[in-house]
Design a protein around this ligand. Structure first.
Ligand code: SAM
Length: 217
């Protein structure tokens, strides 16, 4: 078993990261607290530990990335989680976003397309005491057998809003998803007001890896 060490130096760097996120406009205290609690360097290859608290995305293998902390905080804030919310995350990746959702009190269901990332993260997160349900497959189709969800968060860039995801959202539920081309996407927040009425808010641009699959690229 690998020993995971959270040193004073890492704690200090994490505090500084939280200040940076506050300066950049993140206001949700619970989100900031979660970022200040989860040791992001645990999610990195040891060769990259010194970069773990920079506000940047980094490679996690398999051509994929751990999202920039600002992006994780921004998406988490938009979700406006309530304790006990049943949340579907599409794009498990390193598991960092899933860990933040767990700390915010969500029941986390997370799906990853890439088999080896799925296997790695499914083993790793429980070692940190993080509980989540892990699935491997095409998350652009959601997980119909586990629906409905209170909240859905997509952590890869989609060409359009997948219909399956809207269908699997509860009335009153929220979908946060970056939508655009393969390089840049606008962050969107869709709220299911009634079974037929969806409202839509659009935010700044982000640069995600592409959402693959049936309702992706
Ligand atoms: N949330 C992750 C984290 O905290 O590390 C970062 C995710 S990374 C930016 C995007 C992830 O989405 C990649 O791991 C990629 O394999 C995955 N992905 C892409 N298309 C997918 C799909 N259709 N279903 C599930 N996962 C997908």
């Amino acid at each position: 078993m690998i020993k995971l060490e959270d040193s004073y130096s890492h704690k200090g760097q994490r505090k500084a990261l939280v200040k940076t996120l506050e300066r950049k406009g993140i206001m949700d205290k619970k989100v900031l607290e979660a970022i200040g609690t989860i040791p992001r360097h645990f999610f990195f290859d040891s060769a990259l530990h010194s970069h773990a608290y920079e506000d940047k995305a980094f490679p996690i293998g398999e051509g994929q990335t751990i999202s920039q902390p600002f992006t994780v905080a921004f998406q988490s804030e938009l979700l406006a989680l309530r304790p006990g919310d049943k949340v579907l995350e599409i794009g498990t990746g390193s598991g960092y976003q899933a860990a933040i959702l767990y700390l915010l009190g969500a029941e986390v269901h997370t799906i990853e397309y890439n088999k080896s990332l799925y296997q790695r993260t499914k083993k790793f997160l429980p070692r940190l005491g993080i509980k989540a349900y892990f699935y491997q497959g095409d998350g652009s189709l959601g997980i119909p057998e586990k629906a409905p969800f209170d909240k859905i968060i997509v952590t890869a860039g989609a060409p359009v809003v997948p219909k399956s995801l809207l269908k699997q959202l509860k009335v009153g539920g929220v979908l946060v998803i970056p939508v655009g081309d393969r390089k840049t996407q606008k962050m969107m927040k869709l709220t299911k007001k009634t079974a037929k009425q969806i409202t839509q808010e659009e935010y700044d641009s982000f640069a995600f890896v592409p959402l693959l699959g049936h309702e992706g690229w």
